[in-house]
Design a protein around this ligand. Structure first.
Ligand code: GLY
Length: 406
């Protein structure tokens, strides 16, 4: 799969050299490990490696004889008593099947100097780099590219095009991330009580994430109750939840570098008030109207128009004379993948394999009443599949799980 991804990237490149840098280890005083190390998404997408301070160099040729070179740090046996076995060039060769793997310390000698000398690399007229000249080494490459009159192109665009359509490995991971997140939402619904603090719910959710195999959260967990339910990214989570509050829980487990993003809104005491239910059902019906339209060929813009139209036509005095649509104050959704707001163009029409969130919301600040419902949706040949369907969504399903359904 990794080789197939690299091949697909080569297909999008002209005769040139693409350079992708890994993430760096964070420095800890006197502590040799970075236990929270997370690889750069593009580097991981193309190599599957979690080595820091590494480089992937891809040589794209018009005769099809493309090649790949990796530079990874050498093992440091004196540290392995602390870190456990490390992965160095020899292990990486075995793991990736890439034959040309060198220590990172040779990056300068083997690559930068050749780039500067020009002779051997002169035919590679394009130099593809990712934005981020602050990354160590990238400034030198840019300078060398300019000196040698290479045209410098953004590698982010072809990579984003590729990453926007998920392959089977990515989909398996996203499915798992969405399922774990749905399980955490269920546990939150089962456990919430008036008098609990938002951070207690956050802790419970993140406990379920880890319990089910997620490595980390894909973004800071949002638990906004009562007046905090109208704050779109409320992630302080310090408030005591009261009887009669709604709580907006917007969370995502990250599983093997892929994150879910699922929002549920539910009553802290287990039972929606009449007013809460009316607003909730409008948001739910808006989401349904959008979901029904999801199929290949449709654009994000068209989906947004469906949501706005639905809200305009069905508010019937719920949010005052001007209707509820003006209280839907954020985007309808975003691409989902290795980043919670994943890469990809927002003008492209949906294609099978794309994954997006659908998250209408209404926020009535004066009433301290916010409702957002968000699901993760895979575009399929026939239409779509909701990946987060294990999280209860209708009023009845939620009240039933919370033990307060009629
Ligand atoms: N659900 C968090 C975000 O979309 O930013």
């Amino acid at each position: 799969m990794l080789e197939a991804r690299r091949e697909q990237l080569f297909e999008r490149l002209k005769e040139g050299i693409a350079v992708i840098r890994s993430a760096d280890r964070r420095a800890y005083d006197e502590y040799p490990q970075d236990s929270d190390f997370r690889q750069d998404n593009n580097f991981y997408y193309l190599t599957g490696l979690e080595t820091p301070e590494s480089w992937l160099v891809m040589f794209s040729r018009s005769d099809g004889r493309d090649s790949v070179v990796l530079f990874v740090p050498e093992r440091d046996p004196s540290q392995e008593i602390w870190t456990g076995s490390q992965v160095g060039p020899a292990e990486v060769k075995k793991l990736t099947g890439i034959k040309s793997v060198y220590p990172s310390s040779e990056f300068e000698k083997r690559f930068l100097r050749q780039l500067a000398r020009g002779a051997q690399l002169a035919k590679y007229t394009h130099l593809y780099l990712l934005a981020g000249v602050g990354v160590p080494g990238v400034r030198e490459i840019v300078d060398l590219g300019l000196e040698t009159h290479r045209s410098i192109s953004d590698l982010g665009e072809p990579l984003a095009e590729l990453r926007q359509v998920k392959d089977s490995v990515e989909l398996a991971r996203l499915r798992r991330a969405a399922w774990i997140t749905g399980e955490a939402q269920r546990e939150a619904m089962r456990s919430v009580r008036p008098g609990m603090y938002e951070y207690e719910l956050e802790a419970l959710i993140e406990y379920v994430f880890r319990l089910r195999g997620a490595e980390r959260v894909g973004f800071p967990s949002i638990v906004g109750s009562g007046p905090n339910s109208v704050i779109l990214h409320h992630d302080k989570n310090r408030r005591r939840m009261e009887d009669g509050d709604l709580v907006v829980v917007d969370v995502g487990a990250e599983f093997e570098y892929y994150t879910a993003d699922v929002t549920r809104t539910f009553p802290v005491n287990g039972k929606f008030s009449e007013r809460q239910r009316e607003v909730y059902e409008l948001v739910l019906a808006t989401q349904e109207a959008v979901l029904e339209a999801i199929r290949p060929g449709v654009t994000m813009r068209e989906l947004r128009a469906i949501a706005d139209r639905y809200l305009r036509e069905h508010s019937s005095g719920l949010c005052g004379r001007s209707g509820c649509q003006k209280y839907f104050v954020h985007g309808l959704g975003h691409w989902l993948g290795m980043d919670v707001h994943d890469v990809g163009s927002y003008t492209s029409a949906l294609e099978p394999g794309m994954v997006l969130t659908v998250e209408p919301g209404i926020y009535l600040a004066e009433e301290g009443l916010g409702v957002r419902i968000e699901d993760d949706v895979l575009v399929t040949e026939e239409g779509h599949e909701v990946l987060s369907k294990n999280a209860p969504r209708t009023v009845w399903e939620i009240e039933d799980l919370m033990g307060r359904a009629p």
